[in-house]
Design a protein around this ligand. Structure first.
Ligand SMILES: C[S@@+](CC[C@H](N)C(=O)[O-])C[C@H]1O[C@@H](n2cnc3c(N)ncnc32)[C@H](O)[C@@H]1O
Length: 399
């Protein structure tokens, strides 16, 4: 079992330092503890807004310097990493081949100060994609777009050969009207849930279709949403409806164009990733007394394209983990959604594991895609016994 199968490049320290310097420049006479305290107080407000109130207006955080600096120093590295994971999946598992000649055209909707789009630029350059990149970033917060422009030009060596154009616009407006250009990659990073209120599922589906109409025939749309159950369920329902209506094909997180089966059942699990990452020091410092869970990187996503998805053989033995790896009474067990679109429970007896195997099994993360080479169906066939760790192959386990 190979872990990792794909490398996620670390969040650049230059960016962490850039955001910290911006906070210090904003309050040149304040000592560090005071700056940290101000950022902490703002993070409490933002955390409640993201996780409890879920009501957003142009003033929510995009119009005040303190809000933008708190986001930049605390949330920016998280949403940066969300995109890095999903883009790695598009490139390394889903067989997306961005053009290697001519400019790569990227559209970021609700870019804010740029965590999602700049992570894309960095990922391409890290992977040796050298063609010019033309990035168009849209947000209704002019101040956020100002930070994006400064960060893009200030640390240009991280994304050489890229051009940035920003536009201030309300994404509630119809985007396809007057938008002639088509894109290789469109990004919606933690934004769709802010644009469309929760009680408007039809508008949500229409917006996905509208955005997908801006894709080139082989282009890819990445939508990342917060890991909250309601946000993820809503995203997966909408993506399945847009796919059934023929507006777009579903490439991920599951297989063969199939949607998330968990949206229709009462399950303790819902589709989202729980990834490990290196928490930046500044975020740790701000988190201090707040005690928010920084260690787990949680998010939901869908990967969409106009072109049909990569085909996987329809079987119970290729699957994505939707639960943690649990251990009880001599068993490791976890739940997965398989390439036939169904949910299965998988288990390995600890007594079947050789020395060193336990550590390997415990390194499997929610969101990893595995293939079981040998197995034994138990009961109604929805429980799968894996004979030993050697029977597990990792198809996608980015770290
Ligand atoms: C949670 S932030 C995400 C920012 C960035 N995409 C990231 O990944 O870090 C949501 C962004 O969506 C923008 N936004 C929310 N509603 C919007 C709307 N109706 N029109 C334009 N931008 C909007 C906000 O200004 C904010 O920058």
């Amino acid at each position: 079992m190979k872990i990792p199968t794909a490398n996620i490049s670390p969040y650049p320290e230059e960016i962490e330092q850039w955001w910290w310097n911006k906070a210090n420049e904003q309050w040149p006479d304040a000592e560090e503890p005071k700056i940290v305290r101000m950022l902490q107080e703002e993070i409490v407000v933002q955390s409640d807004r993201f996780n409890k109130e879920r009501h957003f207006t142009p003033k929510s955080y995009g119009s005040r310097e303190l809000s933008l600096l708190a986001y930049g120093n605390f949330y920016f590295p998280r949403t940066w990493n969300h995109l890095s994971y999903v883009l790695a999946e598009a490139l390394e598992l889903r067989e997306w081949n961005p053009p290697r000649k001519g400019p790569l055209n990227i559209l970021d909707l609700g870019s804010g100060s740029g965590a999602t789009c700049l992570a894309a630029l960095r990922s391409f350059r890290d992977r040796g994609v050298e063609n010019p990149i033309e990035l168009r970033a849209i947000d209704y917060s002019g101040k956020s777009l100002g930070y994006l422009r400064n960060l893009h030009s200030g640390l240009y060596s991280l994304w050489p050969g890229s051009k940035l154009e920003t536009k201030r616009l309300d994404l509630c407006r119809n985007l396809s009207r007057g938008h002639e250009k088509k894109y290789d990659l469109i990004l919606l990073g933690s934004t769709l849930n802010e644009i469309i209120p929760e009680d408007e599922p039809e508008i949500y589906v229409n917006k996905l279709g509208e955005v997908a109409s801006l894709l080139k025939p082989s282009g890819v749309l990445i939508v990342v949403e917060p890991a909250l159950k309601e946000s993820c369920q809503r995203l997966h329902k909408a993506a399945a409806m847009a796919s059934e209506a023929g507006q777009v094909h579903l490439h991920g997180p599951y297989f063969n164009g199939k949607g998330c089966p968990l949206v229709n059942v009462d399950s303790p699990f819902h589709s989202h990733e729980v990834r490990s990452w290196k928490v930046p020091e500044v975020a740790k410092k701000i988190n201090g007394p707040l005690g928010l869970n920084l260690v787990d990187l949680k998010f939901g996503f869908v990967l969409l394209s106009k072109k049909p998805p990569r085909r996987f053989e329809e079987t119970a033995t290729v699957f994505r983990l939707v639960s943690p790896v649990n251990k009880r009474r001599g068993l490791y067990f976890f739940v997965g959604i398989a390439s036939d679109g169904l949910e299965y429970a998988y288990e390995i007896q600890t007594r079947d594991l050789e020395s060193g195997d336990r550590e390997i099994v415990e390194r499997i993360e929610r969101g990893d895609i595995l293939e079981i080479k040998k197995h034994l169906p138990l009961g109604d066939g929805k429980r799968i016994r894996i004979p030993n760790a050697r029977a597990i192959e990792t198809l996608f386990s980015p770290r």
